[in-house]
Design a protein around this ligand. Structure first.
Ligand code: G4P
Length: 292
């Protein structure tokens, strides 16, 4: 069951994050590469103040490559360490540990100055639901995930996974709540399936997605579903899609709800191709941040 983000849940999640953050040197923050700002909880900047930070542009395999590069440059310009990733790909995990060390260079240097030796870097993974946190932890820790067990001072239930001699990872990710301050960000998260869409009107979401897709990539839907895009309203296009994919109700009426689910699933699963919903220059908050 997906969690609804009522204020009580948010307070609880925030408190849990605050407790976990106290235990770590580094926060590995996963965002969705298709909408890196909309899928990022801005509160993490305040919560993670003073900690080393690494942003992973996850699901980069589903996003435009040029856009991944643009977002990498954007986060680097903010002084953050950033890496694009497909968390399902275990092969790409090799590069992460050296990068974690690099992101924690200040702590390592500080330890060295103080004569502290062999104190491992402790890291935690955080992000909004469905961004790939569990997939990432599983890929990174792999079979060899040697849990070091509960140690004094560690919140009960938290276990450390030893990645190597120098890096330990908290085994449960910090769940951040999605941002609510921006309607456009909310729509993007809904397209990506990162907010509870049981409560959302699927046909409305599908027609909004059709509006966005026909506006930014005319011809894509026509080609993928073998339908004619010309001169149709978004809802008429949804009906054409229902017809093309034989989404029919009893009596032969078009099942536009099933067609909506199909479209959203295809979009989320990358079957419409690699797509990025926002670029740094399109997002007013990104530009404002840049200037600020
Ligand atoms: P969470 O812990 O942050 O909630 O996310 P989780 O790891 O459960 O991942 C959510 C979905 O995203 C999963 O798909 C997972 O396979 C997929 N995923 C995670 N990272 C990547 C990535 O880098 N690229 C792509 N393309 N997909 C990714 P699912 O359909 O919900 O489950 P599954 O049947 O695929 O396991």
């Amino acid at each position: 069951m997906k969690v609804q983000w009522y204020p009580g849940h948010m307070t609880k999640a925030k408190r849990a994050m605050q407790e976990d953050i106290r235990l770590v040197d580094l926060i590995i923050e996963l965002v969705d590469a298709r909408a890196p700002l909309s899928s990022r909880n801005p509160d993490i900047d305040e919560l993670g103040n003073g900690k080393a930070r690494l942003i992973l542009l996850n699901k980069a395999d589903l996003a435009f490559e040029a856009a991944n590069e643009a977002w990498s440059r954007y986060f680097k310009s903010k002084g953050l360490f950033v890496m694009k990733l497909d968390a399902r790909n275990r092969g790409s995990m090799k590069a992460i540990i050296p990068y974690i060390m690099e992101a924690c260079h200040e702590k390592l240097e500080r330890d060295q100055r103080r004569g502290i030796q062999n104190r491992p870097i402790r890291a935690m993974v955080a992000g909004i639901p469905n961004v790939g946190k569990s997939t990432f932890i599983n890929s990174l820790a792999g079979k060899a995930a040697a849990k070091t067990g509960n140690k004094p001072g560690v919140t009960k239930g938290n276990q450390w996974i030893r990645l190597n001699k120098q890096v330990e990872l908290l085994d449960t990710p910090g769940i951040l709540w999605p941002r609510f301050d921006d309607e456009e960000a909310g729509t993007r998260l809904a397209f990506l399936g990162s907010v509870n869409d049981e409560i959302l009107n699927k046909e409305e979401m599908a027609t909004e997605l059709i509006t966005w897709l026909t506006g930014t990539q005319p011809g894509l839907l026509g080609k993928h579903y073998a339908i004619d895009e010309e001169g149709k309203t978004p809802f008429e296009l949804l009906e054409s899609l229902a017809k093309a994919r034989a989404c029919l109700l009893q009596g032969g009426r078009l099942d536009t709800l099933r067609a909506s689910r199909l479209l959203l699933d295809d979009f989320r699963g990358g079957r419409l191709g690699r797509i990025t919903l926002e670029l740094p220059e399109d997002v007013p908050s990104a530009v404002t941040d840049e200037e600020g």
